[in-house]
Design a protein around this ligand. Sequence first.
Ligand code: TXA
Ligand code: MG
Length: 345
Amino acid sequence: MLYLELNEKNILIAAEQLSAGKLVAFPTETVYGLGCDAFNKAALAKVFEVKKRPRFDPLIIHIAALDTLEKLVDFSRLTQKAKHRLTILSRALWPGPLTLILPKLQIVPDIATGGLDTVAVRFPAHDGAIRLIKESSGAVAAPSANPFGYLSPTRAEHVREQLGVDVDIILDGGAADIGVESTVLDISAVSPRILRPGGLPRETVEAFIGPLQVEQVHSDETVNSPGQLKSHYAPRKDLYLHNSSEMRRLPFFPDDAYLFFERSSFKTFIENNKISTEIDNTNFFILSAEGDTREAAVRLFDTLHTIDALPVSNIHAERAPESGLGAAINDRLSRARAQARNVNK
Ligand code: TXA
Ligand code: MG
């Protein structure tokens, strides 16, 4: 495994490796991806193997130019309405943290799409990622670069710790700007649906194409939006999710970690528990002092990675408000819950 700084020279090295069927982990604005050439079946198989990801769970194909859609998407199977939505959204919100589900052309390998006749496409808003995609085949399949079901990586170090030697190159471009994965949107349905809340708030998409439905949390058996399993994005520790008022009233267990959405909740908690201390790093974490969902999203996975490495028993986490990126934060926290994990056992 080569661990390289993200710069022009190394991007060219990585692009060549992608074309040769190797796996390259690279930064995007959301989280790090584990990339391979989207048309190389052997490389795609390796991605599933390295992630220990079930073959039915399809990958997102990353593009760096709108005309690449012609190599991936069967436009003849899009309704006029869906075509219109695609035009509006791709012009207004790409590059960006938005993944669109579209009918696939036959040449897109089935292994990339988990056997579905649709393909997930995203144009990431990250200069390094765009350069890398352009210098390789122009279509890079990349799931988040974590073992299946575990926390997504927001830094190159997370990828090194989790997948390490199994990756051919890791490009280190620093911490991700957004910190949660892209919003996955199906625009083909009669009413468009969010399959996964993510880095692009629902409100932003709705401003362009009107009201959206949001997929409910799924059981393991559902394969329409296969990534949306009840248990996902999970730390190894047991995580318990509380609404704000519950969180503020929790007792303090010295063996547990407390992940507050905002400082005011933390303050009430320590007053209630008569804790006179400053923040003790091993017990207390605040995602955003002022309760900003954007800042909280950036810090979510990074903070969970930190907590997961500490000698604490359980994690108590506070729900975010549902607006803006709060929906994505709550989605990830719900799937990280201990109960969610038990359901899937
Ligand atoms: O921000 C992101 O989206 C990151 C970065 C690397 O781009 N990627 C990412 O990929 O999160 P992954 O593989 O961890 O999640 C892809 C999600 C899964 O929930 C998967 O089930 C869904 O997209 N998906 C992919 N293809 C689909 C399809 N044809 N129909 C429905 N859902 C699909
Ligand atoms: Mg993932």
